[in-house]
Design a protein. Sequence first.
Lengths: 306, 306
Amino acid sequence: MRVGIDVGGTKTDAVAVTDDGTVVGHIRRPTAWGAAGVVDTIVDAVAALSTRTGTGAFTSVGIGMPGQVVPGSTVVSHALNLGIERFDLARAVAPRLGLPVRIENDVKAAAVGAHALEGGSTDLAYLNLGTGVAAGIVVDGRVHRGGRGTAGEVGHVSIDPHGPVCRCGGRGCIEALAGGAAVAERWGRGGMLPVRDVFDAADAGDPVARGLRADVARAVAAAVRLLVLTVDVDAVVVGGGLTALGDRLLADVREELRAGAAASDFLRSLALADRVRLLAPGSPAAALGAAIIGGQAAPEEVPARG
Amino acid sequence: MRVGIDVGGTKTDAVAVTDDGTVVGHIRRPTAWGAAGVVDTIVDAVAALSTRTGTGAFTSVGIGMPGQVVPGSTVVSHALNLGIERFDLARAVAPRLGLPVRIENDVKAAAVGAHALEGGSTDLAYLNLGTGVAAGIVVDGRVHRGGRGTAGEVGHVSIDPHGPVCRCGGRGCIEALAGGAAVAERWGRGGMLPVRDVFDAADAGDPVARGLRADVARAVAAAVRLLVLTVDVDAVVVGGGLTALGDRLLADVREELRAGAAASDFLRSLALADRVRLLAPGSPAAALGAAIIGGQAAPEEVPARG
């Protein structure tokens, strides 16, 4: 039995997964702050999962983390939401669990999980709409990373030279139009769920909100289009915080894709609106993906020293 | 010894390549029109190559063709510049040569050739700037095609919602700004080398030409940026007819990439201007790539029946 953990900014999901990929246990915990807090959260989550499933017979642990993970490394860096600038997470966790540990960027882990949830046979992009926008790409069953690990950074492709400035410094980036932080900043009225507020205000006829909501759909549709035109994935699965908007978001994106296809035989032939879908609400795709990745770890790579 | 052939709209390149990838002979012929003309051109080119290299000991033939080639198929379709709507090229050529024949889209063949010319170790995109704009992507030494063969169709990614209408029906596509046909149409003054005329007129201060030339640089830079941000290739090698402009084109593109990086730590860290280069003028990259692909053919796939 494998364990997969998705460490988020506020909550941590942990799943127990059989070797054939079935999730047999799932718990959710608040995430504690900082490197030590994250380690404790993970160790506690594994213990709770052991209790929940009635077994301690875990063989591997995979951890999805925000920030950068150098392929094959045990170190996570730039996980700033968690108060981690650079930390050797696997080496800290493995001895306490007595299990081999592998870590992966959370978006890439979610891509692997989404791929498994889709049946494992299609090339797929997982498009994460959270504070920022990024994609994980799975081709031939494996995450495609690229030479420097920036594959899937579609959030910083510009689609409008006159669009808003992005936190990356560019202008009209997809993230500047569809990232949760960018939408909240452009909306400028605070609130716990600013993107939901924008959608509600747009429904109520607020012209600013309608513009922002149209920009979200336009940018997400552009991300879908460029992932298909560049990598030609069979499906684009959308996840992340913004998918709490559910069908309201998906309907907007599909309408935008259909509008683009109406003008273009070529785009119409790609059937983009049919290739995009939302991850099911509450789906522990990133934790599942982490479990799968953890089970692929070469034992010598991150040995258990517990 | 392998033969590689690149069938272009006006000329056909043929190379003889040793098994270790060294080009030992290269000839160029005018391309005859239509399916029968293309077959004759290919057969004649192989005969000429045999004379040139003093050997007939060829073991395989790979052919790069414009249009669509279904992976593993022997059929080319939509090679409209050659007067071919749909034709089983390999089955027509193989018996006349008595050799196994494999066909591939010419941009994908050029990507394989460019990859070999770069030493074969880097993930690479070949960006073809011809009548249209398309890329071939080589990852882990293999062409990445995607599920429907549209991988690399970056020419139809829109980078400007207010840009010119593309022949695909979209607006502001990369091809609508940087494709040779689109530039010629926007320039509207005829001439044998309209893109060169635009560059010359821009140098002479013509404001329309300066705008068109700036659009070319902006769109090519956008293609480089999105190939790196999506697939994270190590290098983008630019080829095709527009590269006859040489350093004038490359300098514009690099300046555009550097201008984008100046505003963005993230983009600057990608060193995009250093990752882009032009294919050497006259380089038979597509023919070389076709030779490599031809040598990979499973013999039972397209048997010689001569």
